[in-house]
Design a protein around this ligand. Sequence first.
Ligand code: ZN
Length: 407
Amino acid sequence: MIRSTKLSLKFANRGKRDLLNNFIGKYQLAVQEYIDLIWDMEKVPSLLPKTLTDKCSVLLTARAKQAAAKQAAAIVKGTKSKQSKRLFMINKLIKENKLDEAKRLQDFYNKVKISKPNVSSLNLLLDSRFVKFNEETESSFDSWITLGSCGFGKIDLPVKKTKHFNRLNAKGKLLGSVYLSSDYITLCFEVEKPINNNTKTVGIDIGCNKVISCSNGFQTVPNKHGYDLNKIIDLLKKKKPGSKQYRKVLRHKKNFINETINQLDLSDVKVLQLEKIINLKRGRKHLGKLNSWTYRDIFSKLEGKCEELNVSINRVNPAYTSKRCFLCGYVHKDNRRGEEFKCVGCGYTAHADLNAAMNISLTLPELNFGEVSTDTPFYWLVGEQESIVPANKKYILKKSSRLFVTI
Ligand SMILES: [Zn+2]
């Protein structure tokens, strides 16, 4: 698997930063020119012929032009494939008579078609012919990045290695290609997946009060300054979007999410079960203040951790997992009151998210929603095990028929 890490370029002096920015600006201009040249082509080749690369008017080395042309071709191909998917969706929506949605997508399609991809914030994709990473150095900086073939001789940029870099460097092989922006260089490593001989399955509930509740008992706690995700999101709402303060709180939020997921111990886990969120935008009630972007941040960090440890992710249907008693299987809408779970059947109490996580960790038989109503309490059990709670109206889920029968 490929893992990447960013190193800051802020330690380079002004002169070097200027040269770097100059190169990046020219390279982006070249990419834009190539995009303009090939945008209307029926079939875009991955490698543009020399007759085409020579047409670029920007003053760049031939090698840099080649790289820019290659990146432009990849961008155009990627955008076109997304456009053809949009076209397919538009036709599908029209067939389904969802004309409003079709119109919205069509407008977006037209906009992309006319405006073409914007490359002003493009990260340059450069191979080993442009960039050398030198670890051995006598200076106070950890390492140097040497950028060549850029038309300005060799530019040496000092960088400090981060903990993340050191971790990847210890177990992986540094690859030649990098992504370069005026502030960061992103280095990629080929890392072998570890062998996972564990057998344990855990469930995870993602929420706002507790970012992570895991069936192994782990729950997110506020950081040493007393902040939890809830408070951070409240703080974010008070800031003006796009302002310096806003960005600072966004970083704070990201760090908080990363910290909590770093604390989660998955060293004995084989499978991690998570709720399957079908429509993120519509969300679900108990996501609360968590918007879809924050949810995605949490999920992608978790996914990265699982990939690193070779833990597989299994998504399960979340319906009723927050209302089901983990101990006895009784599902009742009154079982949950805010953060507290108290089973009205057997009296079992737990933190609501922890109870949900434990339900998610089980492989419960799938519910047939035509047969289930939220108003009717029922027992939802694994297989056909006997329930421990007496009730005069008792439902047991038949795994084979997926129907509820009254006993
Ligand atoms: Zn119970």
